[in-house]
Design a protein around this ligand. Structure first.
Ligand SMILES: *Cc1c(COP(=O)(O)O)cnc(C)c1O
Length: 365
């Protein structure tokens, strides 16, 4: 990829020096946790030169965690490498998890369970109230069922943690050994997947001789950002990390991320490494609510599809991109040279929202 080489930089040897020592320490801390390999890692880091030209300002890059490989990919695969290993270690034969109807987490969990010869029960919460059969049956829901998962619905606002406990009790009474994964795979075990991503990105950019100024991504159940915050803190990195919220208001999002990042840092032997000011979320791009399309998301998804041939999703990465683009126009990245957008996947959910994109010539019936 000769054209991916930024000018004026040199290839560093990533295996010497103090940064290399920190990487080695973090790698050995991670090696202490059970892990199953489910993803195609490392994921590529690619320039988005047409977008950069379009926006002006820094050079934009995309970290392709939509290419993790498992059932069309996405960020949950990295978390599941650690979560499913724990399930195996505990002798589980059944996975229970929950998410929204078009949950990418549920789909990747169903695929991981299939590969590890486990049953999978998914509880899907109706957070949008949509009765469109594309939304309720296509996209991720179609794939959940193809992977052989048992899918049950719950109404919006249900206590999903309690629903999972009740289901696990029922499964235990039937002689099964269930393992519960929280929504989004967001506990300290799942967040280790994004500690690993921070390490991978640090290694990758060192090899390329690329200095990243900012890393931006969509943040929801918080495990992705929490893992990145803990991993970057362990590496002593000064990358400006920014989560674009898709559900909660800023105060709540940041305190969720901070809490999980703090506990994750303790797990990897870096107690106290996470500072509150390392946790930044911008929640101005949520719109009417979780999973509800916004004009900015539609414009961002269409722009990237047309400029870069890349597919983003309506619920997470599309809103994240909307934030990236709007904040760039407002000067938030002025003076920076390289900004990376972490593509967390989810494009399968596009098939759950066909009419949101108002495409020319589209006939709804
Ligand atoms: C789950 C998800 C996110 C958010 O990650 P969290 O760890 O839940 O914050 C972002 N993008 C996509 C496509 C997702 O499926």
């Amino acid at each position: 990829m000769a054209d991916a080489e930024p000018s004026g930089t040199h290839r560093a040897n990533p295996s010497v020096g103090p940064a290399a020592a920190q990487r080695k320490d973090l790698a050995s801390a991670l090696a202490g946790f059970p892990r199953v390999h489910l993803g195609h890692l490392p994921t590529p880091l690619e320039p988005m030169d047409r977008l950069s030209e379009h926006l002006g300002g820094p050079r934009f890059w995309v970290k392709r965690d939509d290419c993790t490989g498992l059932s069309s990919g996405g960020n949950k695969t990295r978390k599941l490498e650690f979560l499913m290993a724990e399930a195996v270690e505990q002798g589980a034969d059944t996975i229970v998890t929950q998410g929204a109807t078009q949950s990418n987490h549920a789909r990747q969990t169903a695929a991981a369970a299939a590969r590890l010869e486990m049953a999978c029960h998914l509880l899907l919460e109706d957070r949008t109230g949509s009765n469109d059969p594309q939304y309720t049956l296509n996209g991720n829901v179609l794939l959940d069922r193809l992977h052989g998962a048992t899918v049950a619905k719950r109404s919006g606002g249900a206590d999903m943690a309690a629903e999972m406990e009740a289901l696990a009790d029922k499964l235990r009474a039937e002689g099964r050994k269930p393992y519960i994964i929280p929504g989004g795979g967001s506990n300290t075990t799942g967040a280790l997947g994004y500690v690993n991503c921070a390490l991978e990105l640090d290694e990758q950019t060192a090899t390329m001789g690329l200095k990243i100024d900012a890393l931006v991504h969509a943040t929801g159940s918080s495990g992705t950002q929490a893992g990145l915050v803990a991993g970057l803190a362990a590496l002593g990195s000064d990358i400006h990390l920014l989560g674009i919220g898709v559900r909660a208001p800023r105060e709540k999002q940041e305190s969720m991320v901070f809490d999980l990042a703090t506990r994750t840092a303790t797990c990897i032997g870096r107690e106290g490494a996470v500072r509150r000011e390392d946790v930044r979320a911008n929640c101005d791009y949520v719109g009417a609510g979780y999973g509800i399309p916004t004009p900015g998301m539609v414009a961002a998804v269409r722009l990237l599809a047309e400029l870069e041939g890349l597919l983003f999703d309506p619920v997470y990465s599309g809103k994240g991109l909307d934030g990236l683009i709007d904040l760039t126009r407002k000067g938030a990245f002025d003076g920076m040279e390289n900004v990376v957008f972490l593509h967390t996947g989810g494009s399968v959910a596009l098939f759950g929202y066909p009419e949101a994109f108002d495409l020319p010539g589209y006939q709804p019936n």
